[in-house]
Design a protein around this ligand. Structure first.
Ligand SMILES: Cc1cc2nc3c(=O)[nH]c(=O)nc-3n(C[C@H](O)[C@H](O)[C@H](O)COP(=O)(O)O)c2cc1C
Length: 351
């Protein structure tokens, strides 16, 4: 059995567990990251931040990134294709307290790839290396890279590129071993993760299809990766993180679910503002309340309500026992000082 509570390091940054919460555009807001830390993620990662959004002014965004005191260690992920602009963005990210700057070489979404960013860089190793060199030279914190296996199905581009990125200064690599073409279909082929581990002398993080402790154990044991990253499995389900790290697979009660969801929604409103948050939160109702936890009709009803306040009232009426739990949570998760990064958060997710 592999101890998921074992510490490991990315350069000088100590990561307290072997579970990393995935960067997910449109999902990994501060509320998600802070919740992930509470449930056992040793490292959390922001959504993709565009180094060009502000300059071009045409990026659709979810607003700006906010960093709270209790998120650390935190990786902030950048995407772009211009080494100089990425280096400048990296300095800004470091200034708001990123412990790690992560660069996205995996996003398969056309809006991103057509600009030469994201997964496109998997097939442009010279530029990819120049980006990593330039970013690593600009900041004191470690620079890491998140990759897909390659652009086309069957591609093994990540195995050629990975060692070169390490030579260029990458302190860790995360591999999501699907091709960009695959998007999220099929399965993540972690035999490539094992190959990558054998080729580089920095920690490798395995991303893709880890949803349970059993799967995490298998992936760590068969790949030699330092940690697993969990994305979709944690959507509306922080309890999955607890099960993976501690083996505590207790089903969350209705009251716990409602308390976490209401806290999440309150934090999202604080972070994104009332209007943005209400659109953002809709998918979370399905994630939290689905899977047989609450009747479908109840979820539909929430989607019809006009304000976040009404949703909260309806949720608490459905599970009044959540009120004291919510009060405890509110007391536990004081926000404290926050830093705001004046760079746009992209909603064009993927990686
Ligand atoms: C909605 C969504 C948004 C994503 N956004 C990003 C992103 O901004 N940056 C990134 O590197 N990966 C992104 N990913 C990929 C995840 O980080 C992860 O590698 C992938 O989902 C596989 O892991 P999973 O099976 O645990 O979800 C995104 C995935 C999803 C589902």
């Amino acid at each position: 059995m592999i101890d998921l509570r074992a510490h490991w390091r990315i350069g000088p940054v100590e990561v307290p567990t072997r579970l990393v919460l995935a960067p997910m555009a449109g999902v990994s807001v501060q509320a998600f990251r802070r919740q992930g830390r509470r449930y056992g993620a040793g490292l959390v990662c922001s959504e993709m931040v565009s180094c060009a959004g502000i300059e071009h002014g045409n990026e659709r965004t979810l607003g700006y990134l906010r960093v709270a005191e209790d998120e650390h260690p935190l990786a902030i992920q950048l995407f772009g294709s211009d080494p100089r602009m990425l280096a400048n963005a990296a300095k800004m990210v470091e200034a708001v307290g990123a412990d790690i700057v992560d660069v996205n070489f995996g996003c398969p979404v056309r809006k991103v790839t057509k600009t030469g960013a994201g997964a496109t860089l998997l097939e442009d190793p010279d530029l990819a290396c120049r980006i990593v060199e330039s970013v690593a030279a600009a900041v004191d914190v470690p620079v890491t890279v998140k990759l897909r296996r390659g652009l086309a199905n069957g591609s093994r581009a990540c195995l050629e590129l990975g060692p070169r990125l390490v030579d260029a200064g990458a302190a860790s690599l995360t591999l999501h071993p699907r091709s960009a073409q695959q998007m999220y279909t099929g399965t993540a082929d972690h035999s490539l993760t094992a190959e990558l581990v054998s080729l580089v002398d920095v920690p490798v993080v395995a991303s893709g299809d880890v949803t349970s402790r059993a799967r995490a154990q298998t992936v760590l044991a068969t790949t030699g990766a330092e940690a697993v990253m969990v994305g979709r499995g944690a959507q509306g389900n922080p309890w999955a993180l607890r099960e993976i790290v501690d083996g505590n697979g207790a089903e969350a009660s209705r009251e716990e679910i409602v308390a976490e969801l209401v806290l999440f929604a309150r934090e999202a409103v604080r972070e994104l503002g009332e209007r943005r948050a209400s659109g953002f939160l809709k998918k979370f109702y399905g994630w939290y309340l689905g899977g047989g936890r609450f009747p479908r009709a109840f979820r539909q009803e929430l989607l019809q309500l006009d304000s976040n306040e009404e949703v909260e009232r309806r949720l608490l009426a459905a599970a009044p026992g959540a009120i004291p739990l919510l009060e405890e949570l509110e007391a536990e998760v004081q926000t404290g000082e926050e830093m705001t990064l004046e760079l746009a958060v992209s909603i064009y997710g993927g990686g």
